[in-house]
Structure formats: structure tokens, C-alpha cells
Design a protein around this ligand. Structure first.
Ligand SMILES: Cc1cc2nc3c(=O)[nH]c(=O)nc-3n(C[C@H](O)[C@H](O)[C@H](O)COP(=O)(O)OP(=O)(O)OC[C@H]3O[C@@H](n4cnc5c(N)ncnc54)[C@H](O)[C@@H]3O)c2cc1C
Length: 395
């Protein structure tokens, strides 16, 4: 059978794209191929579970627009499908003079982005978050928490109800596009579709290369390591607590995150991973490491961000150094509070000249669209991203 659409990848971007394609093209046939035995197995199922408001991003940028629309769309989707989410807000805490200056920049940015945010002085911060200390803070009430695996399960039900097929355990190993269609192979099986959208996260550069597209960047895995607090400390915070980010490296900064199951996680950090999909601490894939070591962009990134890379590595190796970062704003934490928790791995696109790609990156040909970079907050933004992709395929 020939399908109208084939989507590769059962993370939130692939599922949201499938949902948008079927909404825009009622009655179309669609097959979604996922290599693992379950949906949301990689980035989507190993993230902080935050529905972001999007205050960091440059006003008018695609990222700001998608995040703001995504925050609303995700909450509406959850409400419509009975998925629990909690709008607990996020408190950005400044712990030194430089962060206070950056915090003022975020106050302006929130205003420019039309996002409600409340500036808190030291005593107001202390009143609202008695276990948190800082020189000042910014409270963003719209930030929420959710389990993105549940969001994906509901998306899967929506697309299946619209007639889509979801095939698990189908690792795409061949893609051949012609003037009329695209043939996608997974071992001995194959599917033919009019259009293909690949949302393969950590494997996205490999899929694009497999499809014969000109790929100049490379995906580099950055581990995000978390700890979990003991359940006796579940009430340590009321909102999500974030340090004020460095605008050059907005994804750095260990935060305290309330989770939808009632627990609290600490993290993530960001260290160069030794495997794209190995979640254990020292999991190594020789193929993955050899590939990025031979990529000049990686060496340039490491040289450019030497200081941060060293600090993140030390934090990863020494629990005491990791703890030091959290104690800057939550001094009551002790080493024994940091209990093991699964890591996540970010698919970070890096260019040959050593730039970290902070925005979405798409590679297109007549019959294909490959999502080659979908960085945080892509879980929040997935619904409008899917809409944009579906619209682009119409054009
Ligand atoms: C540690 C961490 C914390 C984060 N926190 C947040 C947060 O709080 N809020 C937020 O909005 N965002 C967050 N993000 C970002 C967000 O999780 C990702 O941007 C988003 O999940 C990307 O979704 P995806 O569908 O593109 O990728 P993925 O979820 O990685 O899905 C890609 C899928 O493609 C499949 N695949 C790959 N190759 C093949 C193949 N050859 N054949 C078939 N299938 C294939 C994979 O198995 C996988 O299921 C975080 C990310 C990380 C890593």
C-alpha cells in the first residue's frame, strides 16, 4: 500500500507533526515508524517535563513565537485529553550581581514577549520560597509541568483514531526518494509514501544523510544528568526554581523541578555524552564517539566553551561540585539529598565552524522534510511546530 505521508520518529515532534498532517488533510493515509518498542523513548521521555513560557527568546523570533503558542496549545491539548498538568510557575533566582543585571534583561524580555512576569525582591522571594535564597527573582506564573510521555500517548490515540498506523520496532535503514514518491526501508520491510517527514532527534543527521541530503552539521549528544530528592523533601519548593541563565548558553543551569508525580528533580547539567542513546553514566558507543571526534565543529565548540565544559564535567564527576551549584540558591540541600535518577540526552546540532545551533533546523527536498535540530523547548512547542511542518508540506 502507498501512504500519503510517512513520519519517522515517535517522539513528540513526530507525533505532533502526524497529528497536524491529518488535521490539515482529513482522510489522508499516514504511517509513523518508530525504531524502539515504545513511543517517547528518547529525548521526549527523558526531559524535565516543563511546559515553558518562552521568556528567554528574542522577541519576534521563531523560537519565541512557537514556545508561546506551544505553551497554550499544550495546556489545551492536556485539558481536552484528561492529561494532568500543574501550572506552578517558575522562579528565576539571581544569586550574584551579574545575574541581577541579567535578571533585569529578562524583565524587559518578558514584557517584549507579552509574558506575565513579576519581579520579586529578596524578602518577597524568601516569603514565597522559604528554602530559596537570592538577591532577587522573577516569577513567571504560566510555566507548568506535565509528563510528556502521557502527552505522546494521547497524540498516538488521536492519530490512530484518524486512521494512522503506528509501527513500533521499525528502524529506518534506507530512504529512496524519486520524482513520484519516497520508499522507506526498515530491514526487510518497506513503505511507500507521497511525502516523508523525519523527526529522528538524536539520529536526525544520520537519517538526513541516508536520504542523500547535503548535511554539513552534526548531532553531538549532551547528557543532562539529574538527581531526585528524597520524598521527605517534596515540599521544599512551591514553584520551579531556575538560576538566571547565561544568554550564550541558555540550556546550562541546574534547576529544581517539581514533577507531576509529586517528586522533585535536580538538574540537568550538560556534559559531552559518550553515546547518543546510552543512558547509563559511562555508556560508550565507539561509533558515536569516533564520529564526533572526527568532526572539526566539536573541537571548536570545546575550545570556545572551555570554561563551561570543564565546570560541567567536574559537576558530573563530583557530586559535591554538582551540589555546590544547587546550594547557591537552595542552601539546605546536602549530598545525601541527591538520589540517583535517569539522565536525558540532548540532540545538539553543531555546525562545522563550531556553533551550537540554538534554533530549529530543517532540511528539505521536494518530497521530504527532515527536522535536524529541535532543541528545548521543543516538547512545549511541538504542537505549533507540527502545524508549521504540515503547512510547509502543502506549499
Ligand atoms: C535533559 C533534557 C531536558 C529537557 N527538558 C525539556 C523541558 O522541560 N521542556 C521542553 O519543552 N523541552 C525539554 N527538552 C527538549 C525536548 O525534550 C526535545 O526538544 C523534544 O523531546 C524533541 O522531540 P523529538 O521528537 O524531536 O525527539 P525524540 O524525542 O528524541 O524522538 C525522536 C524519535 O525518533 C526515533 N528514531 C530515531 N532514528 C530512527 C530510525 N532510524 N527509525 C525510526 N525511528 C527513529 C527515536 O527512537 C525517537 O523515538 C529537554 C531535553 C532534554 C534532553
Amino acid at each position: 500500500m502507498a501512504y500519503d505521508f510517512c513520519v519517522v520518529g515517535g517522539g513528540i515532534v513526530g507525533l505532533a507533526t502526524a497529528m497536524a498532517l491529518l488535521e490539515r488533510n482529513p482522510g489522508a493515509s499516514l504511517v509513523l515508524l518508530e525504531k524502539e518498542g515504545a513511543l517517547a523513548t528518547h529525548q521526549t521521555g527523558h526531559n524535565s517535563g516543563v511546559i515553558h513560557s518562552g521568556i528567554y527568546y528574542a522577541p519576534g523570533s521563531l523560537k519565541a513565537d512557537l514556545c508561546k503558542r506551544g505553551e497554550r496549545a499544550t495546556k489545551e491539548f492536556c485539558a481536552a485529553h484528561g492529561i494532568p498538568f500543574v501550572t506552578c510557575g517558575k522562579t528565576l533566582v539571581a544569586t550574584n550581581a551579574l545575574e541581577l543585571v541579567r535578571l533585569e534583561g529578562l524583565v524587559t524580555r518578558a514584557r517584549e514577549n507579552g509574558i506575565e512576569a513579576e519581579r520579586l525582591d529578596q524578602s518577597e522571594l524568601r516569603r514565597r520560597e522559604p528554602n530559596i535564597t537570592g538577591l532577587g527573582a522573577l516569577f513567571v506564573p504560566s510555566t507548568a509541568i506535565v509528563d510528556y510521555r502521557e502527552v505522546c500517548a494521547a497524540m498516538a490515540r488521536v492519530i490512530q483514531a484518524a486512521g494512522a498506523e503506528i509501527v513500533l520496532g521499525a528502524e529506518v535503514t534506507a530512504i529512496r526518494a524519486s520524482a513520484h514518491d519516497v520508499v522507506v526501508g526498515a530491514g526487510a520491510r518497506s513503505w511507500t509514501a507521497g511525502r516523508l517527514v523525519a523527526c529522528a532527534g538524536l539520529q536526525s543527521d544520520r537519517l538526513a544523510r541516508l536520504a542523500g541530503l547535503p548535511v554539513t552539521h552534526q548531532i553531538v549528544p549532551f547528557r543532562g544528568e539529574y538527581y531526585r530528592l528524597p520524598s521527605a523533601k517534596n515540599d521544599i519548593i512551591r514553584s520551579l526554581i531556575y538560576p538566571v541563565p547565561d544568554p550564550d548558553l541558555p540550556f546550562l543551569g541546574i534547576h529544581l523541578t517539581r514533577m507531576i508525580d509529586g517528586g522533585v528533580t535536580v538538574g540537568p547539567n550538560a556534559v559531552l555524552g559518550l553515546s547518543r542513546e546510552g543512558y547509563r553514566k559511562f555508556a560508550v558507543s565507539l561509533r558515536d564517539v569516533a564520529q564526533y571526534l572526527s568532526f572539526p565543529g566539536l573541537w571548536r565548540v570545546l575550545a570556545r566553551y572551555r570554561k563551561s565544559a570543564r565546570a560541567e564535567l567536574i559537576g558530573s564527576l563530583l557530586k559535591s561540585a554538582y551540589l555546590r551549584e544547587c546550594r547557591k540558591y537552595c542552601p539546605i540541600l546536602t549530598v545525601s539529598d541527591l538520589l540517583p535518577y535517569t539522565a536525558g540526552i540532548r540532540a545538539q546540532a553543531v555546525t562545522r565552524d563550531g556553533a551550537l545551533v540554538h534554533d530549529f533546523l530543517f532540511l528539505e527536498s521536494e518530497r521530504m522534510l527532515h527536522v535536524c535540530n529541535a532543541p528545548s523547548p521543543a516538547a512545549t512547542s511541538a504542537i505549533p511546530i507540527g502545524g508549521r511542518i504540515a503547512a510547509a508540506l502543502d506549499g
